[in-house]
Design a protein around this ligand. Structure first.
Ligand SMILES: Cc1cc2nc3c(=O)[nH]c(=O)nc-3n(C[C@H](O)[C@H](O)[C@H](O)COP(=O)(O)O)c2cc1C
Length: 196
């Protein structure tokens, strides 16, 4: 059996720490074989009872454009023409489009665990892409809950829901982020030994 502790991999720590949600991309479309590799790696995420509850939908340019139109329609209803036009322009500039769905379950615990598994899969994908120089943005806006969105993507609303829509591409800018110090989020739980 190999001794994992003797093979520290600083590379993964760097990727975990440095990955950022990217909001602005260059116009260059990442190669599809890298995206396919990311999905291949995503499916190795932990999933309780091996339900593999995820499905990945890679949208072509025309399908992405249909989502842009639908979103602009939705935004127009709630926020007016001006905001809709801004969103339309911004979304039209996104180089890569992916949607991830999760299988619905009537069992509350299964549903929670399946969502958790999907999030692990998404992060596998995000980390691999980051290591390839490709950034991602996870979005869960109103459009991802709209029945017309399900129709465009070809998802069965009775069977799946949307974990997220993901834009990917080469970062034009990389935002900075902060996290709480470890001391604020880590508690050492110590018990007296029950032995002796
Ligand atoms: C479930 C989920 C939904 C998210 N939805 C959005 C979103 O709709 N819009 C957005 O700008 N970022 C969204 N994000 C990204 C977060 O805003 C981002 O992860 C957070 O700001 C921390 O930044 P980082 O990813 O660079 O560490 C989402 C993240 C998760 C996990």
């Amino acid at each position: 059996m190999s001794d994992l502790s003797s093979r520290p991999n600083r590379g993964i720590a760097r990727v975990l720490r440095e990955r950022r949600t990217v909001h602005d991309f260059t116009t260059v479309e990442p190669p599809l074989d890298i995206i396919a590799e990311a999905v291949d790696l995503a499916r190795w995420a932990p999933n309780h009872y091996r339900t593999e509850p995820w499905h990945f939908y890679l949208l072509d340019r025309h399908t992405g454009a249909r989502v842009v139109e639908l979103n602009a329609d939705i935004v127009r209803q709630t926020k007016g023409d001006k905001v809709a036009a801004i969103k339309h322009k911004r979304w039209s500039a996104m180089p890569g489009w992916m949607v991830v769905s999760c299988a619905r379950s009537d069992d509350e615990i299964r549903a929670r665990e399946d969502y958790a598994a999907c999030c692990c899969a998404v992060h596998n994908m995000a980390l691999y892409l980051w290591d390839q120089g490709i950034g991602m943005k996870w979005t869960t806006g109103a459009v991802t809950r709209d029945r017309r969105f399900f129709k465009i993507i070809g998802m069965d609303h009775a069977k799946v829901y949307v974990v997220g829509m993901f834009w990917y591409g080469y970062p034009a800018t990389i935002p900075t982020q902060h996290r709480k110090p470890v001391g604020e989020i880590l508690s050492h739980v110590v018990s007296e030994s029950s032995e002796g």
